[in-house]
Write a protein of this length. Structure first.
Length: 281
């Protein structure tokens, strides 16, 4: 009797947890979402709402023309540190000749409330000629944050009920089933918490992707510049041809080996043919 009652309770808890996993906080049509609203607990550690009452993830993309893209990359990295941010990714192509792409790409995180000031400061750096293009995007994640908080609370209540049943379980079969269900619920809670922390970081810090390229030259290049470009292009083409030839030889070594063996056998057969021996001197 006790075992049947325990199984029925487990079924009800799992069913209740699944039916409430998509629970959202109730809100009237004109009720704003504000921090510390009376009668409502904070949705999550990330539920620190700005004055406009929404949670927003901000991103920006910049195409920057520079006199010296290497110096500009260093200046922008120092600027990010000054604003209290950090460099997420840096890819600087530093070629000693002009036969390939010369550019630097940076992905940085800066405080979201300082994004406009940071973008203005980038354009004012000494090595920056101008910001050729700028694109800023904002994504509202308020509903997702509230939904995650509601799902997490529901799963935590389910976890508490399963833990209470586990303490009263008497057979090994009941213990195994309850532990398996507890493991599933805890994994879902961990996934939700990780998503909440990710959104919290993205709300606090705006992601800025910058592509730094040399400033395009105005007008027609002179004779010396044209000669230098043609010389560099010819050297680059020669290197490509040599590398391609070496790759072809190495990758097709078995073809050359087969041809050499077949040629040697044909020569040997030609020299040993009987009719050659019967020819008059």
């Amino acid at each position: 009797m006790g075992r049947a009652l325990l199984l029925v309770s487990l079924t009800l808890i799992v069913t209740l947890g699944c039916s409430q996993s998509n629970e959202v906080l109730p809100r009237g049509p004109s009720e704003p979402v504000t921090q510390g609203a009376p009668g409502r607990e904070p949705a999550s550690p990330s539920n620190r709402l700005p004055s406009i009452g929404r949670l927003v993830v901000r991103e920006a993309e910049l195409l920057v023309w520079c006199d010296d893209y290497l110096a500009a990359a260093r200046e922008i990295q120092e600027l990010v540190t000054t604003f209290g941010g950090y460099v997420l990714e840096s890819d600087v192509v530093d070629l000693r000749d002009e036969s390939g792409p010369r550019q630097a790409s940076l992905t940085v995180m800066v405080p979201a409330d300082e994004l406009e000031h940071f973008l203005t400061a980038v354009a004012e750096q000494p090595s920056v000629t101008r910001v050729a293009s700028e694109r800023v995007r904002s994504s509202d994640v308020t509903e997702e944050t509230l939904d995650l908080a509601a799902r997490r609370r529901t799963l935590e209540r389910t976890e508490a009920r399963l833990q209470a049943l586990l303490e009263r379980a008497q057979t090994i079969d009941e213990i195994l089933r309850l532990e398996q269900e507890l493991t599933r619920v805890r994994m879902e809670i961990e996934q939700i918490v990780e998503r909440e922390h990710f959104l919290d970081r993205r709300i606090q810090y705006a992601e800025v992707r910058l592509l730094l390229v040399p400033t395009p030259r105005q007008g027609e290049p002179g004779f010396l510049e044209t000669f230098q470009e043609a010389w560099s292009a010819s050297l680059f083409f020669l290197r490509v041809v040599i590398r391609g030839t070496l790759w072809a030889i190495v990758l097709t070594w078995w073809v050359w080996s087969t041809l050499l063996v077949v040629t040697a056998l044909l020569l040997l057969w030609w020299r040993r043919r009987p009719w050659r021996r019967s020819l008059p001197a």
